[in-house]
Design a protein around this ligand. Sequence first.
Ligand code: CA
Length: 706
Amino acid sequence: MTLYRNIMIILLITLGITGCNAEKPQENLSAATVSDQRIINADHEPQNWLAHGRTFDQQRYSPLDQINVKNIKDIGLDWHFDFDTHRGLEATPIVINGVMYVTGSWSRVYALNAVTGRLLWEYDPKVPGKWAVNACCDVVNRGVAVWQGKVYVGTLDGRLIALDAKTGKVIWDVMTIDKKLPYTITGAPLVARGKVFIGNGGAEFGVRGYVSAYDALTGKMVWRFFTVPGDPKKGFEAPILEKAAKTWHGEWWKLGGGGTVWDSMTYDPDLDQLYIGVGNGSPWNQAIRSPGGGDNLFLSSIVALKPDSGKYVWHYQTTPGEMWDYTATQQMISADLKINGKMRKVLMQAPKNGFFYILDRKTGALLSAKKYVKANWASHVDMATGRPVENPKARYYDNPWLAFPNPLGGHNWQSMSYNPNSHIVYIPAQEVPFLYAPDKNFKVVHPGVNLGADLAAASMPDDKTAKRQVMAMIKGHISAWDPVQQKELWRVQHPGPWNGGLLNTKGNLLFQGNAAGTFVAYDSRNGEKLWSFPAQTGIIAAPVTYSVGGEQYVSILAGWGGVFPLLAGEAALKSGKVSNNSRILTFKLGGRDKLPPWKYTEAYFPQPPAGTGNPKQIATGNGLFHHFCSSCHGDKAVSAGVLPDLRYSSALQDDRWFDITLGGILKDNGMVSFKTALNKKQLEAIRQYIILRAQILKRSKESNNK
Ligand code: CA
């Protein structure tokens, strides 16, 4: 009897322990029943990755530990899925009951069997190729939200769409933007309180930021919160905007003002608050945007809103009167932490500006702020006022300023990961310099970026020694950050920046894909490298982990792209040359799948035409190129593995150059006509500039061959 009872107890314990892992598909845990309550209780179903950050608190920590530090060496690729696109992949998959819901580039949505990688359905919102010119940072998308049998996606051209999770059929489709303006959506929607929250991007082009809430069932708009005030003569949409308008000068509304909420939002079920991360000013240069200065609320702020009404609760501004593209759109992690001996409900953010902030979620009060990377625009944050103590020279009104961080930020959208037991935050951090110089001839253009900063001045130097010095300053790392002490415990150094988002697990593992094209597992306690996989492409997205039928999987989107390889030219080659091979890679213990053999090959470099440009024309071309072209075609016309390198283009040879740049024959690929912004003479100057860059490349190839 005792033996029988003991066996039963052992059996029950075994079932109890693995019970939450050895799940069979359960209808009650399917996509059809995802609710706030299920996401709040996400730890009761650790096999599923229910929401963008797994949980509402955006911690990106998984309680699964079947794969752990002891057996990580035994994991292998189990399946891969090839996308038929070749642009950046930034999405976090959602996995529920053995089904993976994920977005690729161009806002396309895919549902896959999470065990086999078999495609269940695909939805293409058919974003017009020409809309790509409104995207600062590649035609990327960071993922879907799933709730009550629906899959929600925001599209690059500004729509919010609800799909049937079973079939991929459209349930509703609403336009969230004014199509006359260069708005884009790349962020994942957030669903809570029966509403879908969505923001947008466009602050490099001249828009006004806002967040909207839509009824998750019907798609009807419930409220909209603008992050910057509009024209005061037209009245204010919310009382708080009247106060915010006092922090602005000039006629900012004509320039848009910026403040787009293009990535992070966090719902707080404890306090029933929605936190939104607000972006940079538009244009960047405050002397143009708000002559006379001012804090320019709510740029670069975290704003707390009531999710049911959109009513303002509190805000904290990280960078008052920002002018360096220092967005506060980065991930906001909520947690309970003991600060100065007292338990606090906190919100943590490592925004672009280089400081790690801890706020009290109830009040928005600043609890602490310390630099997590090199930052020279401010010495520290004054705890009495909550404001940064700036270096006055950093405001490049008249003179250039060599800054850390650069517009990529000390940390960007790539997800951090937080361990709620050890209280360590893992930050995909980077240190990159940038010369901010005023654009003395600013005028609003379309297409093209409207920054008020001169990107040509910030170009990579030609001089070999100077270039070597700049390249040596460009770095990236993982920082294991203790938020209570506000200090780094250890770091994993990378050759360059723009590495992927992070995931840490109960198995003491920390996963990251990187810019050099490798997916790596580290010991999350000390950063020791335990396992790696050559991914054949740069990785920027964050991994997830889930379990089906008692087996744990780790999955990641691999596909080089985003703003860095589009814009940064040679700097974006710091970690080595990679290209875009867009895939989902999924691993498990004993996985035996193999990628097809592949080797990086240089594109064929044709003989460039002889240039006819004189120095004045080429100087004009240089300025125009870096105003209109470099944000996609790279600093100094150097492409870093995503878009074709213009120096290799046969269109430099003849009138096809004008068919493309004026005639718009490649608009469906994203290359629109620039006839509204540039005339033929100016486009010829740009052509002569690129021919010169091609000639320089030719000479360097010849001297390397000698
Ligand atoms: Ca920006």
